[in-house]
Design a protein around this ligand. Structure first.
Ligand code: SF4
Length: 359
């Protein structure tokens, strides 16, 4: 079985406006307890010792569930739990630490109160700061997520710099910075399509241009570097040695077991989606499991390496060489040695087009 495990918790307090992830709001405690019991039964099915190299509990808000029964079943060298700022309390943090968790990722998303309110996040930047300080009392290895390019947030360089400045004393070990995706199935996506249909120009004027979003990301990257966090993947920055090993494993093409509604997984030639019971892996007609062909498998495992600072070695993929040499001539990738390529700073901004051309 895989040495990496992702477990998805599809429960949220309320739906954030930008989010199209698999999650639901207003669940009852009994429903969440039943969900944990199903996950626990799956994990108990794994051979002992149930020790993984990396485990990642993501969501949703994992802390809306009672995690104790799951923590008792598994161990990991790196064990991450995602927290919402409103989840954070001393009792939970100690339960996680005592249960073997050693890394926390908190979704902050914005450091501007008006933007947080517009996103439906239900906390202020001060509350997020206090929550992160409480996390740092217990976990040194802790980081946050931010979103760049949200419509109501000012993109002026002065405003971006002012927002970021408050992170200076947080002691971040890690930061993920994602460009806002205008997901058609999100609340925001529906607002945008309604505004387009109705010609609501004042709303549409709030949307950021691609250049504004790129400028904000560049400024954020420079700020994070100034406080010691280096970019190690297109959207991820860490103090050296504090990179997220779970995500690196996925980008490096390793297998990972994905459990829970909305969780994807990769085991050999199998791809899983939304699998809760491991018995699905043995069912030939399982709707959660798809078998891919070996060529698809090997391309998928290689391609995401290009997202990382390490880049990709193409000695066994000579068919990519001509395109990568062209990208190198355009300054989008950098070759090292005979056959390794990684993205340049400019390449990180157009990575999707580069990947699309390679596949
Ligand atoms: S962003 Fe996170 S907390 Fe918000 S709705 Fe999506 S999964 Fe839930």
């Amino acid at each position: 079985m895989a040495s990496n495990l992702y477990v998805h918790f599809p429960f949220c307090r309320r739906k954030c406006t930008y989010c199209a992830l698999h999650s639901r709001c207003g669940s009852a405690q009994a429903e969440r307890n039943a969900y944990v019991r199903r996950l626990a039964a799956s994990l108990a099915d794994l051979p002992c010792p149930r020790r993984f190299r990396t485990v990642y509990f993501g969501g949703g808000s994992p802390a809306l569930c009672s995690l104790g029964p799951l923590l008792r079943l598994i161990d990991a060298d790196e064990f991450t739990v995602e927290l919402h700022p409103l989840d954070v309390c001393d009792r939970l943090l100690k339960e996680l630490r005592d249960g073997g968790v050693n890394r926390i990722s908190m979704g902050v998303q914005s450091l501007d109160d008006a933007t947080l309110a517009s996103m439906g996040r239900a906390y202020t930047a001060d509350q997020a700061e206090r929550a992160f300080a409480a996390i740092k009392e217990v976990f040194d290895n802790a980081g946050i997520d931010l979103i760049a390019g949200y419509p109501v947030e000012s993109a002026s360089p002065a405003a971006v710099a002012q927002r970021l400045a408050r992170l200076r004393g947080w002691g971040l070990a890690h930061c993920s910075v994602y460009a806002l995706q205008q997901e058609p199935d999100s609340i925001l996506g529906r607002q945008i399509s309604r505004a387009r249909k109705e010609g609501n120009d004042s709303f549409l004027a709030l949307l950021k241009t691609d250049d504004q979003v790129l400028d904000e990301i560049r400024e954020t990257a420079a700020f994070l570097e100034s406080i010691g966090l280096m970019r190690y993947e297109i959207s991820n920055y860490a103090v050296p040695g504090r990179e997220c090993l779970h995500n690196l494993a996925v980008w490096r093409g390793e297998d990972y077991l994905g459990l829970g509604e909305g969780a994807s997984g990769r085991i050999g030639l199998l791809r899983t989606q939304g699998m809760i019971s491991l018995s699905e892996l043995r069912r030939p007609d399982s709707p959660c499991v798809e078998k891919v062909d070996p060529e698809y498998d090997s391309v998928e495992r290689a391609i995401f390496r290009l997202r990382t600072r390490e880049g990709v070695d193409v000695s066994d993929r000579p068919q990519w060489r001509a395109a990568l040499e062209r990208f190198a001539a355009e300054g989008l990738v950098v070759r090292s040695g005979d056959s390794s390529y990684r993205l340049s700073a400019r390449g990180t901004e157009v990575c999707d087009s580069i990947l699309a051309e390679l596949v």
